[in-house]
Design a protein around this ligand. Structure first.
Ligand code: CA
Ligand code: CA
Length: 274
């Protein structure tokens, strides 16, 4: 029978299931008070504006619209209109960022509205385009399209940055209205339980090639090493533990969990074997 302690399970859970945080989300009812920013880059005087799509006499349902055909002049427009969210600051341990928005084309006979969603860094004036698309008649008011894009930190690391989500309506003309609602920015971080717990023991070097040294203030009764499947691959008892070192040279490369048992405490450390 494999010995998998509750703590080990917690540790495994902690490194495989990352915490999800919604940094910002809106149903656009806050259009008048939140720190949105709109830019009419093409300079024609038409940009993103709020509009109420709620039922007559019923609750409001504000969304933002941008036109590629003017309802005031009845002429085709060539929009390059930007809608920016309030600022969102990403934690230092951000592993991935997900941005999401519901979009649709107002006129299913003229649906080819082109848009991008992404993040914008106003400090370095850097634009991160996550997704660009041209809408079709399937993306209509009755069935808005939810666009949800996740970028991992291995592609672009947003840790520690303060950015704004943007929606851009551009490179299209003579349709009608592009509509956006229900935007959000969320993140996944790597903070597992191991980060929140004061450790009685340290293990080094990590990554380790052969001899792993365990340092701590408590006398060690036993050290057990488990692989990622929770299988015990090594047990070293107190009398076999010399200079608080264990020999991992025979283990395959990979991630291991070193469970250290002392009289008053059992602690698990994550160690990478080279
Ligand atoms: Ca809304
Ligand atoms: Ca414009």
């Amino acid at each position: 029978m494999k010995k998998i302690t509750f703590k080990l399970l917690l540790l495994l859970f902690g490194i495989t299931a990352h915490s999800q945080t919604t940094l910002w989300s809106t149903d656009c009812e806050d259009y008048g008070t939140a720190d949105y920013s709109v830019v009419d880059l093409d300079g024609d005087g038409n940009g993103f504006s709020p509009i109420d799509y709620g039922p007559v006499g019923g609750p409001t349902d504000f969304k933002f619209f941008s036109e590629s055909w003017s309802t005031t002049t009845f002429l085709a427009l060539t929009p390059d209109n930007w809608l920016f969210s309030p600022e969102v600051t990403f934690a230092n341990d951000t592993e991935s960022v997900t941005i999401s928005a519901d979009v649709f084309a107002q006129d299913t006979s003229w649906p080819a509205e082109k848009f991008s969603i992404g993040l914008y860094d106003f400090v370095s004036d850097t634009q991160y385009d996550f997704h660009t698309e041209v809408l079709t008649s399937a993306d209509n008011q009755e069935s808005p399209k939810t666009v949800s894009i996740t970028i991992g930190s291995s592609v672009t690391d947003f840790s520690g940055l303060t950015l704004r989500m943007f929606v851009r309506h551009f490179d299209c003309s003579d349709n009608f209205r592009f509509i956006v609602d229900n935007m959000s920015v969320s993140t996944s971080s790597s903070a597992g339980i191991e980060d929140y717990e004061a450790k009685a023991f340290k293990a080094f070097p990590n990554p380790v090639a052969d001899m792993l040294t365990i340092q701590g203030n408590l006398p060690i009764d036993q050290v057990e090493v488990f692989n990622q499947l929770g299988q015990r691959v090594l047990t070293v008892r107190e009398n076999a533990l010399q200079n608080n070192q264990i020999d991992l040279s025979r283990l395959n490369a990979g991630i291991y969990f070193v469970e250290i048992t002392s009289e008053t405490k059992t602690e698990t450390l994550r160690v990478v074997k080279k």
